[in-house]
Design a protein around this ligand. Structure first.
Ligand code: ARG
Length: 496
């Protein structure tokens, strides 16, 4: 045999160099090499257990795989452009020991089932990482929401002052939202953690393999039974990508809020300097670059999801190279979401709040007008629409006179009511003050909404919920660890 490229004997020419760069997946495969070696080891152990290869063959192959891992860690793993991907590169490394033995590694498997298996392991590892970061973030949000449960801030609809909320309630809403993403990921984990290995190129193999065994060695909870499904599907990646998108979308909404709240116009918060950048020209500037990047990166992860969806659209059943970029998209998405979560947590922990300014806005821009309307409904025998009309008129009058609602006189109010509704109202100064007070406004929400008691009630079930999810993750990690130990022991036994 003259050719040294063991994979292209059917072809007369070497692969064009530009084409090799174009179709290769080496850049993203670098992060899969450890996983790919593990998958090859499990496959080798299985071939030996099944009597497909001899013990000495298995030992030789396992030795070469061990060397490959060591070389990779030392930065000495040679990789040619023509190798195209991690699977070819690893097999080639093993074949250095000889085609007769090393050439047995690829018995009863294909790159198609292997890449799907590698990706499933990579995806589950990323799920665990993201889950841990998210739960830390949610715990911080829960703590902060307890700390600021009694601090009123204006809430917005249409970007306009709407009603009074609290800083605590604002943060708590995010904790609850991100907890849904935790559940999405935990739920997706069950569908991700199934082995594709042994599906081979498309329809399995006539070689006597044991798919359950490799699945168990690799810490999978089961197998993707239909081999055509196993090599054709990337829905498991799309689920995770879509959850990443949901996480990033929420982070970008929060980033947008914080950017606004930190401007001179709002003056609600002061961003920690360590998460801000400067202008090289304007000496006074302090720019919210990290938040802006989070906002922009959310666009990127949305794009990656859509790109992956488009990449699988109209593909025929079976492996097509179009599936390869989805791997890269997942890698890029996790590289975005992980630091975004941690950075946002750091920013929130370092925020300084200007509560006086928030109170000022609430009072000056009639943020408690709905409270007054509801007070009138409950105490003055007005229908809601009547009350809405009256308070609307009161706001108009107060605005013209550059007054706060509470500074209108009871006389003025009853005149306006008689005018617009033909209905008298007797409202005292004290009633007016109480109905439009920001603190009383949140207290009146009772057990729902932004009141401190409501926040405490929600936290009472949220905190155990966080703890329960942390236990779920520990359970996952324990199962993976004990599979890893079984795997290691089996390897040691075969190696003698
Ligand atoms: N590099 C490929 C990927 O990432 C691996 C599978 C290649 N299979 C094939 N028949 N070309 O998807």
């Amino acid at each position: 045999m003259t050719k040294t490229n063991y994979f292209r004997h059917r072809l007369d020419e070497e692969l064009d160099e530009m084409a090799a760069g174009y179709i290769g997946s080496w850049a993203e495969d670098k992060r899969l090499i450890d996983i790919d070696i593990r998958v090859n080891e499990a496959h080798t152990l299985m071939l030996y257990k099944q009597g497909v290869i001899r013990r000495n063959d298995a030992k030789k192959i396992l030795e070469m795989l061990k060397l490959a891992r060591e070389d990779w860690r030392k930065g000495k793993f040679e990789f040619d452009r023509e190798d195209i991907d991690v699977h070819i590169a690893t097999e080639k490394y093993v074949i250095k020991s000889g085609l007769d033995i090393g050439g047995k590694l690829h018995t009863g498997k294909s790159r198609n089932d292997q890449v799907a298996t590698d990706m499933r392991i990579y995806t589950r590892e990323q799920i665990v990482d993201i889950l841990e970061l998210l739960l830390d973030f949610i715990s911080s949000l829960a703590e902060l929401s307890n700390e600021y449960k009694g601090d009123p801030m204006p809430g917005y609809t249409h970007g306009q002052h709407a009603q009074v909320t609290t800083v605590g309630y604002y943060l708590l809403g995010y904790a609850q939202g991100f907890l849904r993403d935790v559940d999405r990921l935990l739920n997706a984990y069950d569908r991700v953690n199934l082995s594709s290995l042994g599906a081979c190129a498309l329809v399995g193999t006539s070689i006597n393999i044991d798919r359950e065994y490799t699945a168990d060695m690799l810490g999978f909870d089961g197998i993707i039974e239909n081999s055509m499904d196993a090599v054709s599907s990337r829905d498991f990646v799309m689920e995770v990508l879509s959850t990443v998108t949901l996480i990033m979308t929420k982070l970008s909404r929060m980033a947008e809020d914080l950017i606004d709240f930190s401007t001179y116009e709002y003056r609600f918060i002061r961003l920690p300097d360590r998460y801000c950048d400067i202008s090289s020209v304007m000496p006074q500037k302090k720019n919210p670059d990290v938040l802006e990047m989070i906002r922009a990166s959310a666009g990127k992860t949305n794009g990656l999801l859509i790109e992956s969806a488009m990449g699988t659209l109209r593909l025929s059943t079976g492996y097509s190279k179009d599936l390869q970029p989805i791997k890269k998209n997942l890698c890029e998405a996790v590289d975005i979401v992980k630091p975004s979560i941690t950075l946002m947590e750091g920013i929130l922990k370092g925020l300084e709040y200007n509560f006086d300014r928030m109170r000022e806005v609430i009072e000056e821009n009639y943020v408690t007008a709905t409270d007054l309307a509801e007070f009138i409904v409950q105490n003055k025998d007005f229908s809601f629409r009547e009350s809405h009309i009256l308070v609307g008129e009161l706001v108009k009058t107060a605005e013209k006179q550059k007054k706060k609602l509470k500074d209108l006189s009871p006389d003025e109010i009853s005149k306006i009511s008689a005018n617009v509704l033909g209905k008298d109202i007797v409202i005292s100064k004290k009633e007016l003050e109480e109905a439009t007070d920001a603190l009383l406004s949140i207290e009146r929400r009772g057990v729902t909404g932004p009141s401190p008691v409501s926040i405490e009630r929600i936290l009472k079930s949220l905190n155990p919920g966080i703890k329960k999810r942390r236990e779920d993750i520990e359970g996952i990690k324990d199962r993976l660890k004990s599979a890893e130990e079984r795997f290691q022991k089996t390897k040691d036994d075969v190696m003698g």
